[in-house]
Design a binder for this molecule. Structure first.
Ligand code: BGC
Length: 439
């Protein structure tokens, strides 16, 4: 692989870093925001979740924007919006301004969660596309871990403005990094800038691939329909069903109950000191980062589907263990250890499967004419499902109890395996234009 391609993917992946950081940072910051602005419980919950609402809005809008102004400029816009959001959060004089700023940050997260994987996927040579898009998930996990560690480090001083404001640093790097980078060659062909597109293909893949790639990209553009008409053409409709289902399954199998409520789960399992449960959550964050490397190294060789099977099986088993353990009162003494082990296995299994591979697949399965909008709708479904699961998790625990709550997530892992077996195509090493989803 050319270093240039790695550079492109790494800069775009900063969008993922900001996504991870900004979704993770609020859990620690909200304690001190509550203190300074005297928030009610409801307002506290809203301060946490408003970023998800922003992401819903941003992901809905970004597909059409990326089709109109291009992938590169949309990512630049995301960087700028992240920066503005971070500044206003850091200097917010009132809770109203803070909520507005967090909504803006959410919009940027929505933008980058559509366009970063889309751009990387369109630029990457087929044989390393999986690894490069997984780099984006790797950046998300580093962002989550960094947020967590910073929250921990700044907790003593209660410096929530720093926690939220520091996101300005990666957003400036994202902008500076994107400025000299090229537009996606596929997008350039789509808008008829063929010479520029050919130059970019050459810069990315070398002389040999240009002919082949150009031919198949052009063939895929022979269908003149764009926008929603392209999305509802039979070939894209099947992709839409598969993409939206995968995006929802990534969330309803419960990942963010652990990412957003980790310390809470550990406390329920009997890790009594706040310090220890925070530390346990940090350990889970490290597992999340490290196991993403498995996807980076194997997703192009072993393939997408085997990793999905292995990962979802691991997630299902660990959730099942957690459900059973919570159902046995006599386990009380050893519950903490079991919960910690099961949670690590669960997050580790997600990290090399549903985490990166869902973003990868939804960036691969749409025909070029429908890709921006298609990805946008899948990502919108992902954020909506995320919002619903994280809003109702605590209520589920209260109403259904712990065994049933985790049991439901375990069953949904089995549903995911069946769905992957039936409907998801293996896309490793295929050129984007060769990928087809059948109904
Ligand atoms: C998911 C996020 C999740 C993160 C955890 C991402 O792929 O979309 O919702 O918080 O992985 O690492």
């Amino acid at each position: 692989m050319r270093p240039f391609v790695l550079l492109i993917a790494s800069v775009a992946a900063l969008g993922g870093l900001l996504f991870g950081y900004d979704t993770g940072v609020i859990s620690g910051a909200v304690l001190f925001i509550t203190r300074d602005f005297h928030l009610s419980t409801a307002l506290q919950a809203f301060t946490v979740s408003i970023v998800l609402l922003g992401a819903i809005v941003g992901s809905a809008a970004s597909g059409a924007i990326a089709d109109r102004i291009g992938r590169r400029r949309t990512l630049l816009a995301a960087g700028a919006i992240f920066g503005v959001g971070a500044l206003f959060s850091a200097f917010a004089p009132s809770i109203g301004v803070l909520l507005g700023a967090r909504l803006v940050v959410g919009v940027a997260i929505g933008f980058s969660s559509v366009v970063a994987p889309l751009y990387i996927s369109e630029v990457a040579p087929p044989g390393v596309r999986g690894a490069l898009v997984s780099l984006y998930q790797f950046a998300i996990t580093i962002g989550i871990l960094a947020a967590f560690l910073l929250d921990y480090a700044l907790a003593a001083s209660g410096a929530w403005r720093w926690m939220l404001g520091l996101a300005i640093v990666p957003s400036l790097i994202l902008i500076a990094g994107m400025l000299p980078l090229p537009e996606s060659p596929r997008y350039l062909f789509k808008i008829g800038r063929d010479d520029d597109a050919r130059d970019e293909l050459r810069r990315i893949g070398g002389e040999v691939v240009v002919g082949d790639e150009e031919r198949s990209i052009r063939a895929s553009l022979s269908d003149k329909q764009g926008g929603f008409a392209a999305l509802f053409a039979p070939s894209a409709r099947a992709a839409l069903v598969v993409g939206v289902t995968l995006a929802v399954l990534q969330q309803v199998t419960g990942i963010n109950t652990v990412i957003y409520y980790g310390p809470r789960i550990f406390q329920l399992a009997g890790i009594s000191s706040a310090q220890a449960s925070i530390l346990a959550t940090a350990a889970v964050g490290v597992v999340n980062v490290l196991l993403t490397l498995v996807a980076i190294f194997y997703v192009d060789g072993v393939g997408r589907k085997p990793l999905l099977y292995a990962g979802c099986a691991g997630m299902g088993v660990s959730l099942g263990v957690l459900a059973l353990a919570f159902a046995q009162p006599e386990l009380h003494g050893s519950l903490a250890g079991i919960a910690l082990g099961a949670t690590m296995l669960y997050v580790g299994s997600f990290a090399y499967s549903l985490g990166p591979i869902v973003w990868l697949l939804i960036s691969e399965i749409f025909p070029l004419q429908a890709r921006g909008l298609g990805m946008s709708i899948c990502t919108l479904a992902n954020w909506t499902a995320n919002f619903i699961v994280s809003q109702f998790f605590l209520t589920m625990l209260e109403r259904l109890g712990r065994p049933l709550t985790f049991g439901i997530y375990a069953v949904l892992c089995a549903v995911t395996i069946a769905f992957v077996a039936r409907s998801v195509p293996e896309t490793k090493r295929e050129m984007l234009e060769e990928i087809r989803v059948s109904a």
